[in-house]
Ligand binder design. Structure first.
Ligand code: FMN
Length: 209
């Protein structure tokens, strides 16, 4: 039995395009992978631990091979609970809106908690950085108000997919598949058609994921 972790990063509920596409994926996945566990987390409904001064001290203590103080240990424990849940999955689905050419801040917060030495990456002075989340596929659903197609001038402003995929690659992912729903801020009938097409694509991908 495998576990699919679905991370949603839109607060827009039923109006969200990324969530609708991810829901289509999950719905087919449940039908085609009946024995698997599916965990859905919406980052706007989930109170993540702060990644503040204490958590940073705990992170730097590890980087500098120092023991944790009592307070740092508690802060690190809260971080570890989030990374443990993330690593407990076998497959990942991310539903990601574009905000200001990048990610919604709650997803950045999640990433700041996830990307940790010894938990999701390691460092060796001889060999450098190595990702520790390996052998697990991911699907990312990107929703954008505008269009950022490869080869167009707008592509340079797509820090959403470049950043997310760089971070996922840094922590070890090598199999990252994309579903793109754009431009969502366009003429409503055309948008509804695009949404429907990408939902169908998501359902197809889910069946073989
Ligand atoms: C705070 C905010 C910033 C946005 N910035 C951009 C942007 O930089 N480029 C863009 O194409 N669309 C932008 N949009 C539009 C969203 O990408 C679009 O509405 C998308 O459908 C959001 O995903 P969702 O429907 O899953 O919530 C922004 C929307 C919000 C709320």
């Amino acid at each position: 039995m495998a576990k699919l972790l679905c991370i949603q990063a839109s607060p827009r509920g039923e109006r969200s395009f990324s969530t609708a596409v991810a829901d289509a994926f999950v719905s087919t996945y449940r039908q085609t992978h009946g024995a698997d566990e599916v965990l859905v987390r919406n980052l706007f409904d989930w109170r993540l631990p702060e990644f503040d001064g204490l958590a940073l001290q705990a992170k730097y203590a590890i980087l500098h091979q120092k023991e944790h103080s009592e307070a740092e240990r508690a802060a690190w424990q809260a971080v570890t609970e989030v990374t443990d849940e993330f690593k407990s999955a076998d497959k990942y689905l991310f539903a990601v809106p574009m905000w200001n050419f990048h990610l919604p801040y709650r997803l950045k917060h999640y990433i700041d908690i996830l990307v940790q030495p010894t938990l999701t990456f390691s460092f060796d002075p001889q060999t450098g950085y190595q990702g520790l989340v390996t052998g697990k596929p991911a699907v990312v659903v990107y929703a954008r108000g505008g269009e950022y197609a490869a080869g167009t001038p707008a592509e340079a402003m797509d820090f959403q997919s470049k950043y997310l995929e760089s971070v996922l690659t840094f922590i070890g992912f090598t199999d990252i598949r994309r579903l793109v729903v754009e431009p969502t801020l366009s003429e409503p009938e055309a948008v509804a058609r695009t949404k429907q097409q990408v939902m169908e694509e998501a359902a197809r991908l889910a069946g073989e994921f």
